[in-house]
Design a protein. Structure first.
Length: 418
């Protein structure tokens, strides 16, 4: 089927989802989760073919994003079950107003309609997106990248089997077979067929969607995430947080890319940072982190001099830009100039300094003594996420069920005229 045909078929399933009700949607989600696990052998086989085709073309970090294991498939199934357990956002009365005229106005949460997702090499996005769209009453049209095409196809087959088992149309979750730029352009311009477009991927993909989409589009994902280590920080805590934020999964959008250090502790903290991230990791057989240092940091420790673009780069790798600042005001100003508004944090024992940082830093998630790796729908109690919105309208931060709904006003009366 062509992209246009898939979109038309998907849109025709809207009435079935609008009438499905919470019980049937939850039954479908549980069946989808069960089929993911039951079909794990086929999914893993498809993923092995994707991995083999991608090896040598993409980095080791990107291969890790692409890779599936039984544990990761179990996690995907659990994420779908968690969405089933969440309250249904559809039909929720958000506000009720009784007017002097006697009319009653209710603001009600309603499905978006058809949600299209363009994503790249993370197969788990397939099940996360499908589960969230279904529970919020929307149809899901997926367009994955070529690196994960076989994996996504096997996952969608399992999800569609679960939908059919629950008596819902399989076209409620669809996967485009075309991974070319043409199919992405068709989704961006599918006015009347797509109600919301969500890109999940690198800066180039997101920029292309934001600049070219004729349908409503959410800007998501790109994460130049900062951690500022204040002079009042407990330094062992800071090292633990930074190591987790940078190295636990460096290829994801909530990984730290920039570390800022207060000048008063730079001479003691920076050598400890280098030892923890570079020397200790190398000695332990782990990938060391390359530190790219501004002039002030380079006067304290050895490392790679930071280039002009290093403080504006989402490395998605074992690379960390490091700078020295005079205090929280300079740190916040640096973040304002270089952050993508995703996730930024401070490590400090001073409540006053932390509250100032939180007030000054205008990001979707702002952290105090916590790793930025927690910016995630599952960690925020949303089950999973459709993406991390870095804009302010209509959603910001991890996008769960509420963010995938719109609203309408229902007005009732007894014959009033104006």
């Amino acid at each position: 089927m062509t992209t246009q045909e898939i979109l038309i078929a998907a849109r025709k399933t809207r009435p079935a989802l609008l009438q499905a009700g919470t019980k049937r949607k939850n039954a479908a989600l549980l069946a989808m989760a069960d089929r993911l696990w039951a079909d794990r052998s086929a999914i893993l086989e498809a993923n092995r073919a994707d991995m083999e085709a991608a090896r040598g073309r993409i980095s080791g970090v990107m291969l890790d994003r692409l890779a599936l294991t039984e544990e990761r498939i179990a996690g995907m199934a659990d994420g779908v079950r968690q969405v089933a357990a969440l309250p249904d956002p559809v039909g929720r009365v958000l506000r009720t107003v009784e007017r002097p005229s006697g009319i009653r106005i209710e603001k009600i949460s309603v499905p978006m309609g058809v949600i299209a997702i363009i994503y790249e090499s993370r197969p788990n996005v397939t099940s996360d997106a499908a589960a969230l769209a279904l529970k919020s009453g929307s149809v899901c049209v997926l367009r994955g990248g070529r690196d994960a095409f076989r994996s996504a196809g096997a996952i969608v087959e399992a999800l569609q089997a679960g939908l059919e088992q629950a008596g819902l149309p399989r076209e409620a979750v669809s996967l485009l077979r075309d991974t070319s730029r043409q199919s992405a352009n068709e989704l961006m311009t599918a006015v009347g067929l797509v109600d919301l477009l969500i890109p999940r991927g690198g800066a180039g993909l997101i920029r292309s969607c934001v600049e070219n989409a004729l349908v409503p589009c959410i800007q998501t994902g790109t994460g130049i995430c900062h951690i500022y280590v204040d002079r009042d920080a407990e330094q062992e805590m800071a090292l633990n947080i930074i190591e987790n934020a940078k190295t636990s999964r460096p290829g994801v959008c909530n990984a730290e890319e920039v570390c800022l250090v207060h000048r008063d502790i730079a001479e003691r903290f920076l050598p400890a940072l280098k030892k923890r991230l570079a020397e200790d990791r190398a000695a332990g057989g782990l990938p060391p982190v390359e530190l790219r240092l501004d002039g002030r940091a380079a006067s304290v420790i050895d490392g790679t001099p930071a280039g002009e673009a290093d403080f504006d780069t989402e490395f998605l790798d074992y690379v960390l830009a490091v700078g020295v600042v005079d205090g929280v005001d300079e740190a916040a100003a640096h973040i304002s100039a270089h952050s993508t508004g995703h996730s930024d944090g401070i490590v400090t024992a001073s409540r006053e300094t932390a509250e100032k940082f939180i007030a000054l830093v205008d990001s979707a998630a702002v952290y105090w003594n916590v790793s930025t790796r927690f910016t995630d729908g599952g960690e925020f109690g949303l089950g999973c996420e459709m993406g991390i919105s870095t804009q302010k309208l209509h959603a910001r931060g991890p996008m769960g069920l509420e963010e995938l709904c719109s609203c309408k006003y229902v007005v009732t009366g007894t014959g009033q005229v104006r």
